[in-house]
Design a protein around this ligand. Structure first.
Ligand code: ADP
Length: 191
């Protein structure tokens, strides 16, 4: 099994690059943002709880997303590997993920961290908000709150994987294909 984490702040291009990476490497895409939005559109109790938190730009509780990821891993026993997108987002989530993957004897091969300037992030998110239908992309206050959550709680996740020498920084500006090629070069070194 070959497991990767695609990491970076909101708007850094994780979703766009994930689509291309899963197609090329045959990985199963696990995006906690997508899983949460699907709970919201099905109007489940979990979705209702998550929506009010997501609309404020805050992180939903660790136990909620860890539970979702644990179920998704169990639901895909034959996957060649997983591409985690938007997860883990806290140190507690990273530790929980390592424990889940230990049971499968399939550790994280690398964390690919997309680097994008803050001005560019805000520009991209506001632009995405014009068409995505995502309420958390239309309001600059919510966008800034998400970036603040990223700095306060999520940036430390890179420190966690640095201890294991798994972090690869990748420039997240340029064309979609340029960024994709940079990611593939790094993955191919480790596959
Ligand atoms: P973005 O990376 O653009 O913020 P996502 O789709 O990854 O978009 O996440 C949207 C929202 O879903 C986040 O702002 C947060 O409220 C919630 N969320 C997604 N993943 C997690 C996670 N791993 N832990 C906590 N909250 C999460």
């Amino acid at each position: 099994m070959f497991n990767l984490i695609l990491f970076g702040p909101p708007g850094s291009g994780k979703g766009t690059q994930s689509e291309k990476l899963i197609a090329k490497y045959g990985l199963k895409h696990l995006s906690t943002g997508d899983l949460l939005r699907s709970e919201i559109s099905c109007q489940t109790p979990l979705g209702k709880e998550a929506k009010s938190i997501m609309d404020k730009g805050q992180l939903v509780p660790d136990e909620v997303v860890i539970g979702m990821i644990s179920s998704a891993l169990d639901a895909n026993p034959d996957a060649r590997g997983f591409l985690f997108d938007g997860f883990p987002r806290t140190a507690a989530q990273a530790e929980a993920l390592d424990k889940l993957l230990e049971l499968k004897e399939a550790p994280i091969a690398a964390m690919l961290a997309l680097e994008v300037s803050e001005d560019e992030l805000i520009k991209r998110l506001l632009k995405r908000g014009e068409t995505s239908g995502r309420s958390d992309d239309t309001n600059e206050v919510v966008i800034r709150a998400r970036i603040t959550e990223y700095h306060n709680k999520t940036a430390v996740v890179a420190d966690y994987y640095k201890k294991f020498d798994k972090v690869v920084m990748v420039k997240g500006e340029g064309t979609i294909d340029e960024i994709f090629n940079r990611l593939c070069t790094e993955i191919d070194k480790r596959a």
